[in-house]
Ligand binder design. Structure first.
Ligand SMILES: [Zn+2]
Length: 233
């Protein structure tokens, strides 16, 4: 998942140091900062197919209580923790989402990798039930309290929604962050795909070998590669 931009930055820097090129103090400081920042954030996502489908009655009720824009499917109101009901037991992955709503869930052992403070600051946590109303106690629904936009290359999709006027953006190509996205320094951000977490959480998660749970460093670039310089996402 390392993008070409990340590899190029690291390779060029190593070459400069190895070949003894005399770097000015300012350059060295910039390099040090870039290395530190580049390793500070990680994307966490699920590589499995979509998760279980929502149970029919709950699906209808959720649609009523959480209406979406007809032009871009964006939720029209803020919402927090949610208790979801699914048609089938979540198999094969410890993190996925309830279709068709993109309500994320994780296994509780994954959730245990977050401290109480990190969970409180970064996540709304709810419960998951089967179609008969029995709680699936090994799982919890999660929703990030802070959204973040991963940026992509020139081929990334961008438009203004014809109904609500919001930016609709989907990164294509190697993803990265812009500095303002993580300026608030929260431990967890919700992204288009999965979550972005800080290094401390990454180190705890990476001690496990969960099937389909992917972890990858996210570089931070000063300038976007998608040509959308003025887009503050
Ligand atoms: Zn819209």
């Amino acid at each position: 998942m390392l993008g070409p931009s990340f590899r190029i930055v690291c390779r060029a820097s190593s070459h400069a140091v190895a070949s003894g090129i005399d770097m000015g103090k300012r350059d060295q400081e910039q390099l040090r900062r870039r290395r530190t920042v580049a390793k500070a954030w990680y994307q966490v996502w699920c590589s499995a197919m979509s998760g279980p489908y929502a149970e029919e009655k709950w699906r209808d009720s959720f649609k009523q209580t959480h209406p979406c824009c007809s032009g871009c499917a964006r939720h029209l109101s803020e919402w927090g923790s949610v208790d979801a009901y699914v048609e089938e037991f979540p198999k094969n992955s410890c993190h996925n989402f309830v279709s068709p709503f993109l309500v994320d869930y994780v296994r509780r052992d994954v959730l245990a990798c977050f401290t109480e403070e990190e969970r409180h600051r970064g996540l709304h946590v709810g419960r998951l039930f089967d179609a008969g109303g029995a709680e699936l106690t090994d799982f919890a629904t999660i929703r990030g309290k802070h959204a973040i936009t991963l940026r992509g290359g020139p081929e990334s999709e961008h438009r203004l929604c014809r109904v609500c006027g919001e930016h609709v953006y989907f990164p294509i190509g190697a993803t990265y962050l812009l500095p303002h996205s993580v300026a608030s320094g929260e431990p967890i951000y919700e992204a288009h795909v999965g979550f972005v977490v800080n290094r401390a959480i990454y180190e705890r998660l990476s001690q496990h070998r969960w099937k389909h749970l992917k972890l990858a460093p996210l570089p931070i670039r000063d300038k976007p590669r998608d040509g959308l310089d003025d887009l503050l996402l």
